[in-house]
Write a protein that binds this ligand. Structure first.
Ligand code: SAM
Length: 183
C-alpha cells in the first residue's frame, strides 16, 4: 500500500470511530518511574495520542506525529480540552523519520514498520529511552492486525533494537520493551 492509501485507510477509521477510548500503552504505565522529569518526547504514529497526552501530563515537551490528518486534528482538540500543549505534525514517519539525536523519549505503540527501527535508535539522545509495545504472533484474534507481517516474532523487539540496553521486557499477546541508548 502506498502512503496515500495508508493515510486514506486511517483517516476513514478515525472519521467513523468517535471513541477516544484507545488506552495508554501498558509499557508506559508500568514503567512510568523510568521517565525523565523533563526533556523532549515523541509519540511516533500517535493516532489519537493517548500516550502523547499521558507524557505531556508527566511534564515532558511532547511531539506527536501521525500520517492521518484526521487523527492529528482530533488529538489537537483533545489536548486543548485538557489544557495540555502538544507539538503535533501530520507526518509520514517512513518518508521522514525523526532526526538523529533529537529525543529523550520515543514511544511507539501498536505500530510496526521494521525498516524504521534503525532510525528510531539513532533518533534517541544518549541516555534516551524507547518505550515500544505492539502485538505478537501469540495474539489470539481480538484487536490488532490480522496480517502476520505486522505481528512480532518471539523475542523480535530486543533483536530489532539490539543497540539499546534492555531496561524492561515482557512478551505475551503483545511485547513490551523499554530500551536505553547507552551514553
Ligand atoms: C493501530 S494505530 C496506533 C495508534 C496509537 N499509537 C495507539 O497506540 O493507539 C497505527 C497508527 O499508525 C499510523 N501510521 C501508519 N503508517 C504511518 C506512517 N508511515 N507514518 C506515521 N504514522 C503512520 C496510523 O495513522 C495509525 O494512527
Amino acid at each position: 500500500m502506498d502512503s496515500d492509501a495508508i493515510r486514506a485507510k486511517w483517516d476513514a477509521r478515525y472519521r467513523s470511530s468517535h471513541s477516544s477510548a484507545e488506552g495508554i500503552a501498558a509499557v508506559l504505565i508500568d514503567n512510568t518511574p523510568l521517565l525523565p522529569t523533563e526533556g523532549k518526547a515523541l509519540d511516533l504514529a500517535s493516532g489519537l495520542g493517548a500516550n502523547a497526552l499521558y507524557l505531556a501530563g508527566q511534564g515532558l515537551e511532547v511531539h506527536a506525529w501521525d500520517i492521518s490528518p484526521v487523527a492529528i486534528d482530533r488529538l489537537n482538540r483533545r489536548a486543548q480540552q485538557q489544557g495540555l500543549t502538544l507539538h503535533t505534525q501530520v507526518r509520514d514517519c517512513l518518508a521522514r523519520p525523526p532526526e538523529p539525536g533529537s529525543f529523550d523519549v520515543i514511544v511507539v505503540s501498536r505500530f510496526l514498520e521494521r525498516e524504521l527501527c534503525p532510525a528510531i535508535t539513532v533518533a534517541l539522545k544518549p541516555g534516551g529511552l524507547l518505550f515500544y509495545q505492539t502485538y505478537t504472533r501469540a495474539k489470539q484474534g481480538g484487536s490488532g492486525p490480522g496480517n502476520p507481517h505486522f505481528l512480532l516474532e518471539a523475542g523480535e523487539l530486543p533483536r530489532l533494537f539490539s543497540e539499546l540496553e534492555v531496561a524492561f521486557y515482557r512478551e505475551g499477546e503483545e511485547a513490551l520493551f523499554v530500551g536505553r541508548k547507552v551514553e
